[in-house]
Design a protein around this ligand. Structure first.
Ligand code: FAD
Ligand code: SF4
Ligand code: SF4
Length: 483
């Protein structure tokens, strides 16, 4: 069956049904239902099959979007899945959590022409969720086994994507992670209402079935140094993300119940996964019955405010020093948060934290901000307005100001590893290589806090670079286990 494409002229954009805000506030389930097959096919048929598809250009993994949209429009979903999974290890994850408005969909030509974008992300999710349901997603076994081994530090999306690519080429791959579950921020950072945890766990199980070895609760720098791993493996990939939370310098910041965003989100995710988290049980990381103030304007802040709503907070406010148009977080997430009852206090920053009993935060004292002229970076600079103080009651204050890399040479016992002045791993991007022979890097640890889809792209690029390195190491031929 050949589908008629270019239907954007007669057919409007529609998304899968979104649950009402009242229902969403009551649980941590994802907020969108699935597309019905006919609706997915219709929406895919809106694509105008551009000769130069800007959606694909602006997708970090360069998905062949027009091809799989056409296949989806024709109901050829198994083929659509094959095409979509050939460029992306986790399409159903990207379909759920990529900021499509800034990537593929924001650059779709029919969006630019005022017809409303093709709903690329939702269709990508639909194709891959269908593939899982129908049993089309199967472990891929390597055609030949190779003797060479690769050690990967970090089981986040960068490490997992690289592991899958290398294992499919027959290398013996071991992933080391300091957490007790694989997934990195996919499992302990991003909340369930954006990405249900079974979606991540079934991917990790697939990697096990493909022959990847996981060594969890294994911290490089504590259980082995990077040098020790280099002696164990023919190549190493560092994909350990960035975890040093940026802090606030303000009087009273040391009071109780002022917590870093990732501690708060990890506790919530662990609790949803059935773990006992003492700081949650004791109330420090639980928003129930509290007035909550989240400080920051990025996606992490959006995840915190929406988690607090679901935990049953009395009130949830987000304090951000710039305005809505200048915030780094996705506008789509802000809209979801507002629907769920979050109040945004734009153009305001904390000046001090006011203590109550017993040595806990009781309020955030803030001041209003005026956005000055743009500096060399092109961003308007926030300037406090004199005498504009005001106070917001807060029984829980969450700091969501972003992340920097840890002191990696020290943390990993690798004093010779070169890092940039921001602390990220210094990389030769063409070879995805660090300054240490046989040591590669990918994901947030190289880019700074970024996106899942960029981590996947880096993981794939690093796997290709590692393969080139290992083949060269063997004198131009690749050693197989049978030799
Ligand atoms: P990570 O996912 O951080 O994984 C690194 C892994 O390395 C972790 O499992 C860690 O335990 C392990 N590790 C670290 N040090 C060691 C060590 N010494 N030894 C062993 N293991 C170690 N991106 C999006 O695209 N969409 C979103 O909606 C989105 N929401 C986000 C929400 C939050 C709250 C946060 C914090 C980030 C969000 N991101 C989002 C960003 C995204 O999660 C990251 O860009 C992505 O996970 C980076 O992948 P990674 O593999 O480089 O690192
Ligand atoms: Fe869009 Fe992300 Fe999918 Fe690429 S991976 S097509 S950017 S949703
Ligand atoms: Fe289709 Fe939009 Fe991509 Fe063009 S830019 S190929 S219309 S999805």
């Amino acid at each position: 069956m050949t589908a008629k494409m270019l239907r954007f002229v007669t057919l409007g954009r529609s998304m899968p049904e979104k649950r009402g805000a009242e229902a969403r506030r009551e649980d941590f389930d994802e907020i969108y239902a699935d597309f019905a097959p006919a609706q997915a096919a219709d929406q895919a048929s809106r694509c105008s099959q551009c000769g130069v598809p800007f959606c694909q250009v602006h997708c970090p993994v360069h998905n062949n979007i027009p091809d799989w949209l056409k296949l989806a429009a024709e109901g050829r979903l198994e083929e659509a899945y094959e095409v979509s999974s050939s460029t992306n290890n986790f399409p159903e994850i990207c379909g759920r959590i990529c900021p499509q408005d800034r990537l593929c969909e924001g650059n779709c030509v029919i969006e630019q022409a005022g017809h409303g974008t093709v709903t690329i992300g939702a269709i990508e999710k639909f194709i891959t969720d269908t593939a899982w349901e129908k049993g089309w997603v199967k472990p891929v076994k390597a055609r030949q086994q190779r003797r060479q081994t690769v050690g990967i530090v970090g089981a986040g999306p960068a490490g997992l994507a690289a592991a899958e690519e290398l294992r499919r080429q027959g290398y013996q791959v071991t992933i080391y992670d300091r957490y007790d579950r694989a997934g990195g921020l996919l499992i302990y950072g991003i909340p369930n209402f954006k990405l249900e945890k079974e979606v991540v766990q079934r991917r990790a199980a697939l990697l096990v079935a493909e022959g990847v070895t996981f060594k969890l609760n294994f911290e490089v720098g504590r259980d082995a140094s990077l040098e020790g791993l280099r002696r164990r493996h023919d190549a190493i990939l560092i994909a350990c993300g960035v975890y040093k939370a940026r802090d606030i310098q303000a009087p009273g910041v040391g009071l109780g119940h002022i917590v870093p965003a990732l501690d708060y989100l990890t506790a919530s995710n662990r609790t949803s996964l059935g773990d006992h988290v003492p700081a949650f049980a004791e109330g420090m990381l639980d928003a129930r019955g509290k007035n909550v103030v989240v400080i920051g304007g990025g996606d992490t802040a959006m995840d915190c405010v929406r988690t607090a709503v679901r935990q049953g907070a009395l009130s949830v406010k987000c304090l951000y020093r710039r305005d809505r148009a200048n915030m780094p977080g996705s506008q789509r997430e802000v809209a979801h948060a507002e629907e769920e009852g979050v109040e945004f206090v734009w153009l305001a920053q904390p000046e001090a934290f006011v203590g109550g009993e017993p040595n806990r935060v009781a309020a955030v004292r803030a001041q209003r901000i005026h956005l000055g002229i743009a500096d060399a970076t092109g961003r308007q600079q926030p300037r406090p307005i004199e005498g504009s103080h005001f106070q917001i009651p807060a029984d829980l204050a969450i700091k969501a100001l972003g992340f920097d890399p840890e002191d990696l040479p020290k943390a990993m016992g690798a004093p010779d590893l070169e890092v940039t002045r921001w602390g990220s791993v210094k990389l030769d991007w063409k070879r995805m290589a660090t300054n240490l022979d046989g040591v590669f890097a990918a994901g947030d640890v190289v880019r700074g806090a970024s996106l899942v889809v960029w981590a996947i792209r880096d993981g794939r690029d690093a796997a290709a670079a590692i393969q080139r390195y290992l083949v060269a190491k063997e004198g131009g031929r690749s050693a197989t286990a049978a030799e």
